[in-house]
Each structure stands twice: as structure tokens, then as C-alpha cells.
Design a protein around this ligand. Structure first.
Ligand SMILES: Cc1cc2nc3c(=O)[nH]c(=O)nc-3n(C[C@H](O)[C@H](O)[C@H](O)COP(=O)(O)OP(=O)(O)OC[C@H]3O[C@@H](n4cnc5c(N)ncnc54)[C@H](O)[C@@H]3O)c2cc1C
Length: 547
């Protein structure tokens, strides 16, 4: 891995009130909450912030309509409350999204059941959906759906966070602003336990290769699907595994003629929900549920899962002629669901659990299990409360754009464009990804043409955003930048030549020597193809067999 050689302050023998293991959305939320409560906090992430399940999700911010089937009313109520909070506080990153739920004569759910569910969902949300442009959307959808079926349509509102990676980056900078010390590319090798209590952690800094021991009053294990591994390597024995890992896969397709602007929620051939969602100028379709107890870092979609998702989308939209060749890439993540004897993974609760390890001989250590993007902030408040910190229910809108910097407002776009001497498109992109910080980035861009240059010829995002990622958002590798802080490499037309061009442009500003550039580029391409799996010829072969 090509890592920047910037020395980081040593941690050896330092004492922190709270050490958080894992920098996914939950760990970053916990670190932010505890730091804001005035405590000394250390956050350790073995790879990069948001590089785990957080970036493998469907990216919906939702109450979980589906959970009503399992009677999880309290969870739905909490998730809806959190959805509203995110829409209010992070309006540049979390947008309302119109959903169309489809049933046909073969669907397992009845129209009556769905209608009752939606009625309850709206009541729990405390508001009615805005049925925007329903007729137009329905007409457009009817044109591309399989007209051999009798379709019933139900619409409702939820929300989407296209880039949870950016949400995590914002919460991270807020945690640091409140005093948290954060380390990515640093792994917790073990939790130190003595006399029935967790005392600290042994950390390996992947950059310096140095091992350091840190003391802690509290340890919060937010390692997501790695949570059991953290316990095992620390010889903390739980009466049963904390997790029952379930792999979920997605495919990414290009938009097709007539593809819906609304998110479509339909049933797959096995009755499981399948989402087909407009995302990042492409279509994201998922998911699957396959038991997987392997290393979460190696989770990849199987050929069967890809075939199932391709069939599901192709059956819904036969006129779009979708096949395995249409798939741009596929990716998978392990849902860190609580361990359960229930054979049906859909039935396992999505409610998070804070496991207290006092009975496992490791008092003052908590493990966060399960949860969702949507409820990470609620999990963090609950966690801070458990360790005796005073938490405030109301969050200041610290990083979200204030009225004057709302990306939906043309004046804000014009103001940023003028400040940075950049195009309106670039200014809008800056506002959408960086909220209020867009103003600082625009000021930086004004300094030179190199900083105002696009990262690659196909994007309007500029090099100044990359410099911000390295300077203020703890990016270390090129993957940290292009996949998570300024995630242009998730875009529809990114290719190897874009990677090369981006590395050249970034390297020129960052002063990389040729060797550093080559190493950065190579490790980036390795990471990109391990995450966004190209669907090759072998995967195409299954399709004929599956028909
Ligand atoms: C297929 C799928 C679809 C989903 N869709 C949605 C959705 O639409 N909406 C929604 O709200 N939720 C969704 N979720 C759930 C959501 O993604 C997860 O609940 C959430 O991302 C979990 O975050 P986390 O921080 O617990 O885990 P992670 O993001 O995995 O973070 C854990 C981190 O711990 C680090 N780590 C592990 N071991 C160590 C160690 N020893 N030292 C240091 N660091 C370590 C890892 O590198 C990792 O970055 C989905 C999940 C999946 C799998």
C-alpha cells in the first residue's frame, strides 16, 4: 500500500477517556458524540474511515417500511425520527427520495397489507408523503415495466444519502474540531484486559509500522462485522458470537432509456425486497442475503447473487434488455446483524445492540452490534449515555449549509463560483459534497489554475477538493481521496485512464516524485477493483443457465 510518509504524533502511553475501535459510520458517530461531551477520545481505523460496510450499503436513509412486517414499530419510529434529523441537519448530503412500491399478481404481499403498512408508516413519520409528479412518474414507469403483468403502484417518501462516505468525513472533522485524536491506517491488535476490566489497546500504525500501547477508561468496539474478531484477538470470550454475518450484494448499471427517476421497490423471485435506485447518475440494484462468516474485508458478490440481481431487474424492465454485460460492477458488504438462531436473515432485527462486556470479564468495554446508517447518530448518543456522558438531543447544524449556502439555491452556487473563479457546475458540486466548507475550498481554488483544474477530464470536481481531503480530512492514500473524500471514482465513466490522469494532476500539486505517483496509482487501482468488482465473462456464462 502506498502511504504518505507524514509523521503522526506518537500515542504511546497516552491516556484517553474513550478509545473507539473502527471508523465506520458508527465509530465516527460515537467518537464525535464523546468528544463533544468534553472527553479525550481516540478513534482508530485499520483501513480508512467509511471503507467498511458503510460504503457497501444501499445508501437509503429510511424508517424501514419492511420492518413493520416483523412488528418492529419502535425501530421504525426511531429510524423515521433520525431520517428527519439527517434531512434537516445534512440537507446537502441527504435528500428526500420518492419511492414506488410495485406489486403484481405473483407478489407475496397483498395490496391490502401494503396499504395498511404505508398508512402506519406515514402516521409514525408524523407527516404525509408529498406525492410529487406521481402521474408523470407512473406513466414513465409503465412504459418500461413488463406489461405481461398487472401492476399495482404505491408511493411513499424516504431519503437517500448518495455518499455516506462524505457524511462520515464531515462527522470526522467535527469530532477532530471537538478534540478527538483520530488515526486511519492503524489497527487495534488487541484490547488489554486485566482484573476483569478493559484497560487500553495495542495499536499498530500501518504507516510507521510502530506498535503503541494506549490506556483507556472506556473502550467502544465499533468494528462492525469485525466485532467478534476484535474480541477473539483480545481473548474476550462471549457466551455466543456477537454477530451473524449476512452478505448483501449490489450491482451498478448505467441508466437506460426510460429508467425511473423514483426509487423502485419490488419483490425478487424469492419474495425478498429488491431496490432499483437512481444513484450517482447510474442505477444501483440490490440486495441479497447470504450467510457469510468469512473475513469481511474479502466479501465479494458471488456469480449467483449477481445473476439473481440481473434477473430481478431484467424481469421488471424487459424492454431495457438488461443482461450481465450491462453490469458496470458489483460490490458486497457484510451486514453486522446480531447473532440469531432465526434461519431467515430478513427476520433478524436491524435494531442496534450495545453489548456490555462486564460479564465476559472485560468491564468498561462495549461492542456496538448492528444498526443502520440512518440510526448511527442515535446509537452514538445511547453509547455516550451508557458510559456516563451527558448528551444533547439537539445537534447544531454545524457543517450543513446554512440558508445562504444551500446547494439548491442558485445564489449560493453563483457566490461560490465567483469566490473560486470556477464554473457554476463545479460550485454546485462543491456545495453538494462539502456544505459550508465549500467556501474555504473555493478560496483555495482561487490561488492557482492547477487547484481549479478538474480531477479528470470527465468530472467537474477540482484538485482543490483533493488538497482539502489530504489537509483536513485525514486522507492518506489515493483511494481515501478518490473513493471516499471526493468520490469521483464511483462515477459513471471512471476508467483506468481517469485514474492515471487524476494521479498526474494530483501528484503535480502534491509534489509527488514519479515513484510515489506509480505506487499511489497501483495501490488505488488494486483497491478500486477489489471493491467495485468488474463482472467478467465467467459471470456472463451463468445467465444462460439461469434463464
Ligand atoms: C448490503 C447492505 C445494504 C445496506 N443498506 C443500508 C441502507 O440502505 N440504509 C442504512 O441505513 N443502512 C444500510 N446498511 C447497514 C449499514 O451499512 C451498516 O449498519 C453500517 O454501515 C455499519 O457501520 P459500522 O460503522 O458499524 O461498520 P463499518 O462501516 O464496517 O465500520 C467498521 C470499521 O471497523 C474497522 N475495523 C475492524 N477491525 C478493526 C481493528 N482491529 N482495528 C481498527 N479498525 C478496525 C473496519 O476497517 C471498518 O472500517 C446496509 C448494509 C449492507 C451490508
Amino acid at each position: 500500500m502506498a502511504l504518505a510518509a507524514n509523521p503522526r504524533a506518537p500515542l504511546e502511553s497516552q491516556h484517553f477517556h474513550v478509545v473507539v475501535i473502527g471508523g465506520g459510520i458508527n465509530g465516527v458517530a460515537v467518537a464525535r458524540e464523546c468528544a463533544r461531551a468534553g472527553k479525550r477520545v481516540l478513534l482508530i481505523e485499520q483501513n480508512d474511515f467509511a471503507s467498511g460496510v458503510t460504503s457497501r450499503s444501499t445508501r437509503i436513509i429510511h424508517g424501514g417500511l419492511r420492518y413493520l412486517e416483523y412488528g418492529e414499530i419502535a425501530l421504525v419510529r426511531e429510524s423515521l425520527r433520525e431520517r428527519e434529523r439527517l434531512l434537516r441537519e445534512r440537507s446537502h448530503l441527504v435528500h428526500p427520495m420518492h419511492f414506488l412500491l410495485l406489486l403484481n399478481e405473483n407478489s407475496r404481499r397483498s395490496a391490502m397489507k401494503v396499504r395498511a403498512g404505508l398508512w402506519l408508516y406515514e402516521r409514525l413519520a408524523g407527516k404525509h408523503s408529498h406525492r410529487r409528479a406521481r402521474e408523470m412518474e407512473l406513466k414513465q414507469l409503465e412504459r418500461v415495466l413488463d406489461n405481461g403483468h398487472q401492476w399495482s403502484f404505491f408511493d411513499y417518501e424516504d431519503a437517500q444519502c448518495e455518499f455516506p462516505e462524505r457524511l462520515v468525513a464531515e462527522w470526522l472533522t467535527e469530532a477532530m474540531a471537538a478534540g478527538a485524536v483520530v488515526r486511519n491506517h492503524a489497527e487495534v491488535l488487541a484490547v488489554d484486559v486485566a482484573h476483569g476490566r478493559a484497560h487500553g489497546v495495542l495499536v499498530r500504525d500501518q504507516i510507521s509500522g510502530r506498535d503503541e500501547r494506549v490506556d483507556a477508561s472506556w473502550i467502544v468496539n465499533c468494528a462492525g462485522p469485525w466485532a467478534d474478531r476484535v474480541c477473539q484477538r483480545s481473548s474476550i470470550r462471549t457466551s455466543k458470537p456477537l454477530l451473524g454475518g449476512v452478505r448483501g450484494s449490489h450491482i451498478v448499471l448505467p441508466r437506460f432509456s426510460g429508467s425511473p427517476n423514483a426509487a423502485v421497490y419490488a419483490e425478487g423471485e424469492d419474495g425478498r425486497p429488491v431496490f432499483v435506485i437512481p444513484w450517482n447518475e447510474q442505477i444501483l440494484a440490490g440486495t441479497t442475503e447470504v450467510a457469510d462468516s468469512g473475513d469481511p474485508a474479502r466479501a465479494v458478490p458471488s456469480a449467483d447473487e449477481i445473476a439473481y440481481l440481473v434477473r430481478s431487474v431484467a424481469q421488471l424492465f424487459p424492454k431495457a434488455k438488461i443482461s450481465a454485460q450491462s453490469v458496470k460492477h458489483a460490490f458486497a458488504g457484510i451486514r453486522p446483524l446480531p447473532h440469531s438462531s432465526d434461519k431467515n436473515p430478513s427476520a433478524v432485527t436491524r435494531k442496534h445492540i450495545l453489548h456490555d462486556h462486564a460479564d465476559d470479564g472485560a468491564a468498561r468495554m462495549l461492542s456496538a452490534i448492528g444498526g443502520k446508517l440512518t440510526t448511527a447518530s442515535a446509537l452514538a448518543r445511547e453509547c455516550a449515555g451508557k458510559i456516563g456522558l451527558r448528551v444533547s438531543e439537539s445537534n447544531p447544524v454545524a457543517m450543513g449549509p446554512g440558508r445562504a449556502l444551500d446547494p439548491l439555491l442558485d445564489e449560493a452556487v453563483l457566490e461560490i463560483a465567483r469566490m473560486g473563479a470556477v464554473s457554476e457546475e463545479t460550485a454546485r458540486g462543491m456545495l453538494e459534497w462539502h456544505g459550508k466548507r465549500a467556501a474555504d475550498i473555493a478560496r483555495m481554488a482561487l490561488v492557482s489554475a492547477e487547484l481549479r483544474a478538474p480531477i479528470c477530464p470527465h468530472t467537474s470536481h477540482v484538485i482543490a477538493e483533493v488538497v482539502e481531503a489530504y489537509r483536513r480530512e485525514c486522507a492518506i492514500t489515493l483511494g481515501d481521496v478518490l473513493l471516499r473524500r471526493v468520490p469521483v471514482a464511483l462515477g459513471p465513466c471512471w476508467s483506468e485512464s481517469c485514474s492515471r490522469e487524476a494521479a498526474l494532476r494530483i501528484g503535480a500539486v502534491m509534489g509527488w516524485k514519479e515513484q510515489t505517483m506509480g505506487a499511489n496509482l497501483e495501490s488505488f487501482e488494486t483497491e478500486r477493483s477489489a471493491f467495485l468488482r468488474p463482472v467478467g465473462r465467467t459471470d456472463v456464462a451463468f445467465e444462460a443457465a439461469a434463464d
